[in-house]
Design a protein around this ligand. Structure first.
Ligand code: SAM
Length: 220
């Protein structure tokens, strides 16, 4: 496919998400136009990057569908200067979008070495490696060296809300996380930490993510 038609197909997808009312935040739209998903998938899937479905990435994982990425980024309500942690780097695409929205450094944790390498290469190629720091490890424990966070975005499904993530939020901070009893079916939760440390939980309905595996997640 020519470069021009790839750009055009991506632009059409963004327009259709906007028309359907899924993508309504101007900043998220601009970030998604500037940082297309086709830069974050392997050659075999590049022709399908504009299709609004999750796509396979190495190690049996997935890069989320564009509508799901838009929904989570809009819920996170990211603004310049925010300190954000992402858990589940995968391809690096969502982390690159976060960095574009907060215009500062972003830390993202991944547990699978093959994906750490895959994401770093993608970020480099997309020109986003300067601000996105891919950290190897178990993200269910958060990342204390850079805490507290304004936002924590988890892109894998957890059995419960991991306590360390709530602890590492600032008062008024927000955690976006899929939580469910089944590996591939969760509720998308928006968790807001009140100044007294308690939390308010809003449920945004059913989603399907690969499992969050770790000490405060599913046992691998
Ligand atoms: N955000 C990614 C992107 O933009 O491509 C998609 C993430 S994929 C749906 C979920 C990722 O979470 C997988 O790469 C998986 O290896 C990772 N993961 C699962 N449990 C984890 C954990 N405890 N810590 C860090 N990463 C984890």
């Amino acid at each position: 496919m020519s470069k021009a038609s790839e750009v055009e197909r991506w632009r059409k997808l963004i327009q259709s998400l906007e028309r359907e009312g899924i993508l309504h935040d101007k900043n998220v739209k601009e970030a998604m136009l500037r940082i297309p998903r086709y830069l974050f998938v392997s050659k075999d899937y590049r022709d399908y990057a504009h299709v609004d479905e999750p796509l396979p990435i190495p190690a049996g994982q997935t890069v989320s569908a564009p509508h799901m990425v838009a929904i989570m980024l809009q819920l996170a309500d990211l603004r310049p200067g925010m300190n954000v942690l992402e858990i589940g780097t995968g391809s690096g695409w969502n982390a690159a979008l976060i960095a574009e929205l907060v215009k500062s450094d972003v830390y993202t944790i991944e547990r699978i070495p093959e994906l750490i390498e895959f994401a770093r290469k993608n970020l480099e190629r997309a020109g986003c490696s300067g601000r996105v720091h891919v950290v190897p490890g178990d993200g269910t424990k958060g990342f204390p060296p850079k805490a507290p966070y304004d936002r924590i975005i988890v892109t894998a499904g957890a059995p419960d809300i991991p306590e360390p993530l709530v602890e590492q939020l600032k008062p008024g901070g927000k955690l976006i996380i899929p939580v469910g009893n089944y590996h591939l079916w969760q509720d998308l939760l928006e968790i807001i930490k009140r100044p007294d440390g308690s939390v308010k939980v809003k449920n945004h309905g059913g989603v399907a993510f690969v499992p969050l595996i770790g000490e405060y997640g599913w046992r691998g």
